[in-house]
Design a protein. Structure first.
Length: 168
């Protein structure tokens, strides 16, 4: 995390340095917290490079990280990395509400919309971490694309006060 933050430079505001390092030090505790939800199958790597379109339908490529997890985590990853901040700010909560309504129509009971929104905010940490680690390792993603995704994830966690949703 430190290496990614250092390489990102001015892309990471000073106010995020301390919470990001706290998160990294307590990552196991945070991952345990984020795993405390009904599981489903998740992609766990929903960034724009893994999207494809065919005959007007979208899909996800690159399923080697598939696992069980909380569905809202994939939505957080997708929205934080795929949308420019202005569009994400406009559409993220209507899209989350659509997700909640879709679950309800499929018969998923005991949905707590505010808790799902809170979990969304917390799960925004993972795409931020993933993009910083990608930068720290280097040569995985085009540097310009990587920096764009860092800017987007930084905006998402700042706008949603994501670190305040974590037990750190």
């Amino acid at each position: 995390m430190k290496r990614g933050i250092n390489k990102a430079g001015e892309l990471i505001s000073d106010k995020l340095h301390i919470p990001a390092i706290k998160y990294a030090r307590q990552r196991r505790k945070v991952m345990h917290f984020l795993a405390q939800a009904p599981p489903s199958i998740v992609h766990h790597d929903c960034h724009p490079g893994n999207l494809f379109w065919h005959d007007g339908e979208s899909g996800l490529l690159d399923w080697q990280m598939v696992r069980t997890g909380e569905g809202i985590s994939d939505i957080a990853y997708l929205l934080a990395t795929s949308l420019i901040p202005e569009d994400r700010k406009t559409f993220e909560y209507p899209l989350i509400d659509f997700y909640i309504e879709s679950l309800s129509r499929k018969g998923i009971a005991d949905l707590n919309p505010e808790k799902i929104r809170q979990r969304y905010r917390a799960h925004l940490i993972y795409p931020f971490e993933a993009m910083l680690i990608t930068l720290a390792i280097g040569d995985i993603l085009d540097i310009t694309a990587n920096k764009t995704l860092i800017k987007r994830t930084v905006s998402a966690i700042e706008d949603n006060h994501s670190f305040s949703e974590l037990p750190i």
